[in-house]
Design a protein around this ligand. Sequence first.
Ligand SMILES: NC(=O)c1ccc[n+]([C@@H]2O[C@H](COP(=O)([O-])OP(=O)(O)OC[C@H]3O[C@@H](n4cnc5c(N)ncnc54)[C@H](OP(=O)(O)O)[C@@H]3O)[C@@H](O)[C@H]2O)c1
Length: 415
Amino acid sequence: MSVLGMPASCTRDLAPDPQECDQLCPLQDSPVRMQQGSPASGQGCTHHFSDAGVPSTEPARRRPTILPLVATMLTARLSRPLSQLPGRTLNFYERENGTRRPLLCSPTSFDSAGQRTYADVVNPAGSKAVLVTGCDSGFGFSLAKHLHSKGFLVFAGCLMKDKGDVGVKELDSLKSDRLRTIQLNVCKSQEVEAAVETVRSSLGDPEKGMWGLVNNAGISTFGEVEFTSMETYKEVAEVNLWGTVRMTKSFLPLIRRAKGRVINISSMLGRMANPARSPYCISKFGVEAFSDCLRYEMHSLGVKVSVVEPGNFIVATSLYSPERIQAIANKMWDDLPEVVRKDYGRKYFDEKIAKMETYCSSGSTDTSPVINAVTHALTAATPYTRYHPMDYYWWLRMQIMTHFPGAISDKIYIH
Ligand SMILES: NC(=O)c1ccc[n+]([C@@H]2O[C@H](COP(=O)([O-])OP(=O)(O)OC[C@H]3O[C@@H](n4cnc5c(N)ncnc54)[C@H](OP(=O)(O)O)[C@@H]3O)[C@@H](O)[C@H]2O)c1
């Protein structure tokens, strides 16, 4: 076998102690072994393998050793980007002459115990402006109130402001000059541009920009791929994904001026997929990709981009209600192509809907982990790239789904 194109050698010849090599070597009792230098000769094991896996008798000292070469390649590949980071260096042990030399750099945000550290917290007082979308209900509604209580100047985008939604009325009832509700459908460019103008004209000095944008507005749906119409796929992506992109692009000039923050509310389903949730998963995976690209691009401009990936808080928000599930189910069944209706059957369909109804009465009732995550992303000097406000079951599931081979994670959680 060959590693990185190099002639393969018996790894045992890396053993420092000939005795150890002798014990480990797979050829120790073979005739080939008998013909070659023995540990007793003091030269260590000299067994090598050709690309075809055939033992070769070429002496070890004449061949390049693989390990330093691989390390050199890794150094070349990693040290350039990492050397741009300030901080302590990692040392690389050079086997040949027994010395250490600097290999990589590590960022200063890690203390000597390897813990992540933060510089001073950003002070929201002084009316740092933040806009949150989807404040009629759920996380957005709580966030608007919480960020206001923290001292931010909050613009609460509400889908139903012009219809006098209860959430809007409650926010307005605070009668604070630091909390303004604005009519905002993230799918409508005119409303987004009007929101930009409202914020710009409210800022003391628009050239200093606005501090934060929280892309929270979202919708969800369910149903197998074969049950889901193309219109539904588009509708969900229009709000969750394109709404996020539209808002971000429109507000970035103001955010850049303040070297501020963009916080995108994704979901655990933006990291791991789930059966019967494909429209939602697609949109949230898109939000994750968009956030990563934006974070890379904004780094040099001082804008920090974070993603918040809530777990299951269904019961605590208005994302689903039993009535909504029933309405979606009825429309879905009516719109199904005849062949799908016939092949799956009503029983299977009803079982799936019942499962969804059970899911919708589950989840954490306490949304504070999500609210705290967004607040940290807005106020910490060094916010996290990703926040995972979710209970332990979902956290573990997400780790397994994203790190284990599919054959294993599918077996554990899906099949
Ligand atoms: N709840 C969870 O378990 C959970 C888990 C992971 C991620 N999330 C995400 O968290 C975010 C907030 O959802 P939530 O759970 O708080 O549900 P929610 O209570 O339904 O809040 C979503 C908000 O977005 C608004 N909205 C819908 N379409 C909009 C549009 N086109 N333009 C502007 N606003 C719009 C909704 O307004 P209306 O109420 O008037 O429709 C609602 O106020 C979403 O992005 C969601 O995907 C939620």
